[in-house]
Design a protein around this ligand. Structure first.
Ligand code: KG4
Ligand code: ZN
Length: 315
């Protein structure tokens, strides 16, 4: 069964054809990232306009790369939420039009469930497992009971991990997106140079990153006022340590309490090298099996939409 996946929730216009939920036949991504860099963050109106311009070409290319046309597609999967409303509308309306014109079933797919499904196209992961879903807008610990049944065990109370990294990156004068910039510069710094606060919450699997973010911003402002040179790499490394240690600690607690031994990461922040390394260390120590999405499927893409769409369609 071949599913055409369409994604337009943020700044990537993406389409892919995936066979039987696991085999990627094509994966095409157009991004307006460079334009957003000028503003230090995604400008929704610009993202929507670029989606409208690119979507026909991206879908056409995804079909061509998979060597098929719409007659070879069994269903169209499209991200319906969460995301920027104007951006989502472009993908959803394009998918609806294509579905009606070609008489092909339409499957609405939740963006975060699709991030989890990036693991299905990378390896042989099968539910049940515990997944840490960390992106620009969300930080969730999710029990994936089967391909369509999820239980959210914990989530962030304020900023998402990616959002906190992006904002800290901007404060440090690093290029957008800060998460990627911090990951790049952190290995040249001392991650123990600054001790940022580790929030203590009364709910065991929830996160909070706003205190950590404020701490780095206050540190930077204090040093600037004193005319001190900012140790950017040390600050970046220490902040990255703060964020990733919180994520791994809560993941460990949830897996232990609920008895999960199969663990996965998902979402844009799952590309972070320290998070991957520390989760790997934890899982080796505990004898748990770790699944990491391939780097090219961590960020937004159409293949993960098609993969999740496949499981929802057959369900
Ligand atoms: O999943 P994603 O592409 O889009 C959303 O659904 O939000 O995630 C984007 C987020 C951004 O905050 C970006 O800074 C972060 O993922 N990110 C990273 C890395 N690559 C992307 N954060 C840390 N380390 C990375 N290597
Ligand atoms: Zn995403």
């Amino acid at each position: 069964m071949r599913i055409l996946g369409i994604e337009s929730s943020c700044d990537e216009t993406a389409a892919a054809v995936v066979q039987d939920g696991r085999q990627v036949l094509s994966n095409v991504i157009a991004t307006s990232l460079e334009e957003h860099k000028l503003y230090g963050g995604v400008v929704p109106e610009i993202a929507s306009r670029r989606h409208a311009e690119s979507i026909s070409g991206v879908v056409r290319q995804a079909l061509a790369d998979a060597n098929c046309d719409m007659s070879g597609i069994d269903a169209i999967a499209v991200t319906y939420a969460p995301g920027l409303i104007g951006a989502l509308l472009v993908g959803v309306n394009f998918a609806k039009g294509l579905s009606m014109a070609t008489n092909t079933p339409l499957v609405p797919v939740h963006h975060l469930r699709s991030h989890v499904a990036a693991n299905y196209i990378t390896g042989d992961l099968q539910p049940p497992f515990l997944c840490l879903v960390v992106s620009g807008g969300h930080s969730h610990i999710v029990a994936v009971e089967d391909y369509t049944t999820y239980k959210v065990l914990g989530k962030t109370r304020d900023d998402a991990a990616g959002e906190a990294l992006d904002k800290a990156g901007r404060t440090l004068g690093l290029p957008y997106p800060g998460g990627i910039s911090i990951d790049k510069i952190a290995p040249t710094g001392d991650e123990n140079a600054f001790a940022f606060p580790h929030p203590r919450l009364d709910t065991p699997y929830d996160f909070s990153f706003s205190g950590l973010k404020t701490a780095v911003i206050n540190t930077v402002h204090r040093m600037e006022q004193k005319g001190e040179t900012l140790p950017v790499a040390d600050l970046a490394a220490s902040f990255q340590k703060g964020v990733t240690d919180c994520l791994v600690e809560k993941l460990e607690k949830a897996a232990t309490d609920y008895g999960y031994t199969s663990i996965a990461l998902a979402g844009g922040v799952s590309a972070n090298s320290r998070l991957r390394r520390e989760t790997d260390r934890l899982c080796r120590q505990k004898g748990w099996q770790l699944h990491l999405p391939a780097l090219k499927y961590c960020g937004d893409n159409g293949a993960m939409i098609a993969a999740q769409g496949y499981y929802q369609y057959i369900a």
